[in-house]
Design a protein around this ligand. Structure first.
Ligand SMILES: Nc1ncnc2c1ncn2[C@@H]1O[C@H](COP(=O)(O)OP(=O)(O)OP(=O)(O)O)[C@@H](O)[C@H]1O
Length: 260
């Protein structure tokens, strides 16, 4: 569903990404791992359009039925989001004084097709659209088990819950591809386990393809179908969790450091 080839990105003297390429399969959870500064966030930023790599190719194949193929390189972030690529955890700001439901409805509104004026003129159409939005938001609330906190302001929620609302905000855009940058950062073991389960549900039940950056190796090995390993901006391994776990370059570059 996503093909990335030969990405080169430089910041002054730092080669953040050097010839990186990978293929994300539709329906998979694809993790990107590597030591600090390896280029993981930069890669996600290239996919979502925040960074413009000097060279390379990023192509999104949209799902069956739509038949579309889009070159993402050079598109603005909002245009990429409109193609069904959502990003969570670093650029989604929740409105902390608003309730969970209000935050999710707001997340949904960026996807509204009717502008204000036609909405006033064509009240019926706007109303139908509002009902459809509401149904989608209710599905997200069910999927992420947010019923108990739906009317609570986000500022009153425990950290793990707030993170789940962020995930919900991204899901309200009905993405086909979800980019998650360290979704478990700052969480305790129980919160991490919960979040991992919801990411699996998003993938399996909602059919969303996920690209995930995460430092917790056991967790990555548990939930990912495929793992790409970066080190100093270069791809050093790519494969199933079993293949990556055994790869001597990975053990050297990453697991070795963790174990020591
Ligand atoms: N906006 C920027 N300006 C300058 N240098 C940058 C910028 N973004 C990233 N870099 C540099 O590019 C390299 C890769 O950084 P990146 O944040 O992509 O790594 P990472 O693997 O996500 O690291 P971490 O695990 O610490 O988040 C680093 O040397 C970093 O300092």
């Amino acid at each position: 569903m996503l093909e990335i080839a030969d990405i080169g990105l430089r910041f002054g003297g730092v080669q953040a990404l050097d010839g990186v390429g990978l293929t994300v399969t539709q329906g998979s959870i694809h993790a990107v791992i590597g030591p600090n500064g390896a280029g993981k966030s930069s890669l996600l930023n290239c996919i979502s359009g925040l960074y413009r790599p000097a060279r390379g190719r990023i192509v999104l194949h949209r799902g069956q039925g739509t038949g579309g193929t889009d070159a993402l390189l050079g598109l603005e972030p909002h245009a990429i989001a409109r193609l069904g690529v959502a990003r969570s955890f670093q650029n989604i700001e929740l409105f902390r004084h608003l309730t969970v439901l209000e935050n999710l409805m707001l997340g949904r509104h960026t996807r509204m097709s009717l502008s204000l004026l036609p909405s006033l003129l064509w009240f019926g159409a706007a109303r139908r659209q509002e009902i459809a939005h509401r149904e989608l938001v209710e599905e997200v609330i069910d999927l992420l088990a947010l019923q108990a906190v739906r009317h609570k302001p986000v500022s009153t929620l425990a950290y793990g819950y707030a993170k789940r609302v962020e995930l919900g905000r991204a899901l309200c855009l009905q993405p086909s591809l979800l980019l998650l940058d360290e979704p478990m950062a700052g969480m305790n073991a129980e919160e991490k386990e919960d979040m991992a389960r919801y990411i699996l549900d998003v993938n399996e039940l909602a059919g969303v393809t996920v690209v995930l950056i995460e430092h917790d190796m056991d967790l990555v090995m548990d939930i990912s179908h495929r793992i790409t390993v970066l080190d100093f901006g270069r791809l050093i391994a790519d494969g199933t969790p079993e293949q990556v776990r055994r790869d001597p370059r990975v053990i050297d570059a990453y697991l070795g450091k963790e174990a020591s």
